[in-house]
Structures are given as structure tokens and as C-alpha cells.
Ligand binder design. Structure first.
Ligand code: SF4
Length: 369
């Protein structure tokens, strides 16, 4: 007997995954969703508060996947000591592997799993959580709900006749001439998979989803085991505003680290916030976010500094130590540089988080979505 497909949703502590959990409960209550969270032990209090509120709203436990089960230390500290006091960095990201990916892969084992990921419709990133064959990622907030690998397989030139047959089988005479032409047009350097995808989605999202689902039946993807999939009818394309609306309307609310705080430098006024969830000392954060941490959560900043004393020459930020970063003239310079960047970006965007979010995509899908 084939295994039952599991549906899982990882809560990172960030706004998008939290909103996705709420959205899935509202839109697809028929899916027996398993919610999980990989605790590093080093999150901001607002993240733990968000998890508690979400559990209350969802009426379900959010399973805590502890990468250092049985250890007397926090998961992060357990591996930090195991790795001889070497801080993780963007080039040596043992933290994501040990604290997020491995606990998640142990949690799903060999079961066929559909993993729901909160990448928004206004983002240009993929956000794989895992590349294991039994884990299939789906993106409900995007017009294209399918992962990059599924689309690459579906739209490769070798597959044109299979796509054509699937459209004909499902829609027969209702298939219009333009859609038929698009299906037949091979991808090339001048007509990319992305272009073909967008044009086919423009012809009909539900129709395209039904065709992909039909094609998946011939594969080993987890959804090949399902008779139906309610997201085939999903035509939503949600952006940042929608995410904040979902969080506020549900009563769960927005984690307070996203709320802007005022600052002043050389008589100029500005606002800052934190753009991401994850560890308070995360090396992906921007200089202005370190300044925010120092001024808004000095106790946590002090703890982050203690880690830098552990191993000679290891700092969270590549270019300077935290001690150097909090010198008054350095803080002023960071704030001024941030205000300059902010004023340029404001021309095209009204959102503070657009400036901070720019670098969010460099981070880790497991930590920040
Ligand atoms: S938030 Fe940053 S420091 Fe924490 S596990 Fe993720 S990448 Fe590592």
C-alpha cells in the first residue's frame, strides 16, 4: 500500500510563514496540516510570542524540532561548542544545516511530503527547504505554485507532446489557438522557461495547474500519490500588504520587531526595524539591524558580543567586530548611510521594509520566510 502524503508547514517566526499558516487554515481546512518550528534557542522574544499566538489561532500544536534533542544546552550552543567555538557565517552555515534542515529531514523521514512555503508573489526567489526527492515544495502565495524543478521538467522541450496531450485530455475542444501555439513553442535562449511559464499562466492559472498535476502523475513526486489537490484552483498572488493584512485581521498580529522605531542622527529623523526572524545574532542582518538590536535590545546585543570573545578573529559581521560597530561615530555613520539609501528607495517604494528586505533574499529560506 502506498504511503499517505503528509502536508507540512514550517513556521520560521517570520511574517510570511505565519501568514501562510493562517491562510492555509482559512482557505484549505480540509488539508491535515502538520506545523513545525525549528527552535535555535536564540530567537527574539517576539518570535516565541508569535508561535504561541499562532498555536492558539490554529488550534494545533506547532511541533518544536530540536536539532540537539537530549542536550542540556540550547540547540545553537550545543553545536557551537561541538564545532569548537567557530561562529557560523554565510560561507560556513552549519547553523542552518544542523538546526533547521537536518531536524526537518529527520521529522519527515522517507514519507512523501508536500511542504508549503510562504514565498510571496512579489518576491523573486525560490526558497528551497530541502532537495530530498520525497519532499515537494508548493508556494500558495504565488501565481505559480510549483517549484522550479517541477516547472523545468514540465516545460522542457522533450515534454511538449505530453503537455499538449494533457491540455487536450483535460480541456479538449475548449483549448484556444493561442494556448495551443504556446505549448508548441520550444524554449530557447530567446524564449525562456520563465517566459513560457508566465504566458501559459496568463492563459489560465487553473488550467495550467491541472495540466501540471496530470503530468506529476507520471513522476515520483509526492503529489503523484494524491487523487486531487485543492490548490489547483488557487489563483492568488499575494504581496507584502496582503501578508500584514492576514496577520492583523486574524488577530495574531505582526511581531513587534517589524514595527518601525524612530531615531535621529545629525538632526535628521529616520525609522528602523528588523526585517527578519531568526537568531538575534544572525550574520545575515544588516548594519542598521545590528544598531537596532544594540539600541532596542541591549541585553541581546551584549550576548551576541560575548560570542565574539570566544574565538580569536571570529566576528558576526565580516568587516568589523560588534565592539567596533557600536562606537558612537560608527553608529552615526551607519544611520546616515541607511537614511541616504532610504531616501533613494522611497522614490520607488513607500515601504521601509523594501530597503531591509532587499537583502532578505540572501538569507535562509528556513530561517526568514
Ligand atoms: S537565523 Fe541566521 S544564525 Fe540563526 S540558524 Fe538561521 S542563518 Fe543561522
Amino acid at each position: 500500500m502506498s504511503k499517505k502524503v503528509r502536508h507540512v508547514l514550517g513556521i520560521s517566526g517570520g511574517k510570511d510563514s505565519a501568514a501562510l499558516a493562517i491562510y492555509m487554515k482559512q482557505r484549505y481546512p480540509q488539508l491535515d496540516m502538520e506545523y513545525y518550528y525549528c527552535d535555535t534557542g536564540k530567537e527574539l522574544d517576539a518570535t516565541y510570542e508569535l508561535i504561541a499566538k499562532l498555536e492558539n489561532y490554529l488550534g494545533k500544536k506547532i511541533i518544536n524540532l530540536n536539532g540537539a534533542e537530549g542536550s542540556t544546552e540550547d540547540p545553537f550552543d550545543h553545536f557551537y561548542h561541538l564545532y569548537g567555538g567557530y561562529l557560523p557565517s554565510s560561507n560556513a552555515r552549519w547553523c542552518t544545516r544542523k538546526l533547521k534542515l537536518e531536524p526537518f529531514e529527520a521529522f519527515v523521514g522517507d514519507d512523501p511530503v508536500v511542504s508549503y512555503v510562504g514565498i510571496r508573489g512579489d518576491e523573486d526567489r525560490e526558497g528551497y527547504i530541502s532537495r530530498k526527492a520525497n519532499i515537494q515544495s508548493v508556494f500558495p502565495f504565488r501565481k505559480n505554485i510549483w517549484s522550479e524543478d517541477v516547472i523545468a521538467k514540465a516545460l522542457k522541450n522533450d515534454n511538449i507532446s505530453a503537455v499538449s496531450e494533457a491540455y487536450s485530455f483535460l480541456f479538449g475542444d475548449n483549448l484556444d489557438k493561442r494556448t495551443y501555439e504556446l505549448i508548441q513553442q520550444p524554449v530557447s535562449a530567446r524564449f525562456t522557461v520563465q517566459q513560457k511559464l508566465q504566458l501559459l499562466l496568463d492563459r489560465g492559472i487553473k488550467e495550467f495547474n491541472a495540466v501540471v498535476f496530470e503530468l506529476l502523475k507520471l513522476t515520483r513526486y509526492p503529489l503523484a500519490l494524491e487523487q486531487s489537490f485543492p490548490l489547483l484552483d488557487n489563483e492568488d498572488n499575494l504581496n507584502r500588504d496582503d501578508i500584514f493584512r492576514i496577520l492583523r485581521d486574524s488577530g495574531v498580529g505582526v511581531p513587534d520587531y517589524y514595527e518601525k522605531k524612530a531615531f535621529e542622527v545629525d538632526g535628521k529623523k529616520g525609522e528602523y526595524a528588523r526585517s527578519r526572524s531568526g537568531c538575534y545574532f544572525c550574520f545575515f542582518q544588516q548594519k542598521i539591524e545590528w544598531v537596532w538590536l544594540y539600541e532596542q535590545h541591549p541585553d541581546m546585543f551584549a550576548k551576541a558580543m560575548e560570542y565574539e570573545n570566544g574565538k580569536e578573529g571570529f566576528t558576526w559581521s565580516q568587516t568589523e567586530s560588534l565592539e567596533e560597530l557600536i562606537q558612537p561615530e560608527r553608529i552615526a555613520a551607519i544611520k546616515k548611510e541607511y537614511l541616504n539609501r532610504n531616501s533613494k528607495t522611497k522614490i520607488s517604494s513607500p515601504y521601509l521594509l523594501d530597503i531591509l528586505d532587499d537583502e532578505e533574499s540572501e538569507g535562509c529560506a528556513a530561517c526568514f520566510i
